[in-house]
Design a protein. Structure first.
Length: 166
């Protein structure tokens, strides 16, 4: 049994299907109840079974990827169920920065730095966007971080251990 036969792009686009995954999905499912024949694929879809696989492949924002593959409704549903993806979070933080950081407290600036550091780490292996676009975002993060760190009151060390979760 191929996972692509279960109908969701999260399964259909998998190159190397982890051993035993189809059997586990069938044994644990169905995950969605519906009498609507158009929802046949939903019955067996569960992101939790494949999120680690896709993360290892460089996927950081599944809703973004689904929308770009031509599945905007699936992208919206994914985001509604699992929360905003990385690119929505980045968009929100960049909007905050563009609105101005001069009036922000030291703690607010540290939080922004923490977010940017986290986004930077996540983007290093990201395959959701073209490498040129990814590099532009990384440069933008670096520029904003340098600007914020000009504040002499900021004592912030950027490291790989920085983890920010919304």
């Amino acid at each position: 049994l191929r996972l692509s036969a279960l109908g969701h792009p999260d399964y259909a686009k998998m190159i190397d299907i982890p051993m035993g995954l189809p059997d586990r999905i069938i044994a644990d499912g169905p995950f969605y109840e519906s009498d609507n024949p158009k929802h046949w694929w939903r019955i067996w879809h569960n992101w939790d079974y494949v999120k680690d696989y896709w993360y290892q492949q460089g996927r950081r924002d599944n809703a973004f990827v689904l929308r770009n593959m031509g599945y905007p409704k699936m992208g919206d549903e994914h985001e509604a169920k699992y929360g905003p993806g990385l690119f929505k979070l980045i968009e929100g933080t960049l909007s905050t920065i563009e609105a101005g950081i001069d009036g922000k407290t030291v703690e607010e600036k540290k939080e922004i730095l923490s977010k940017l550091s986290y986004y930077r780490q996540e983007m290093l292996d990201c395959t959701d966007v073209h490498p040129e676009e990814r590099d532009k975002l990384l440069d933008q993060f670096d520029e904003h971080m340098r600007e914020i760190m000009k504040d002499s009151n900021i004592d912030f060390v950027i490291g790989e251990d920085d983890v920010y979760e919304e």
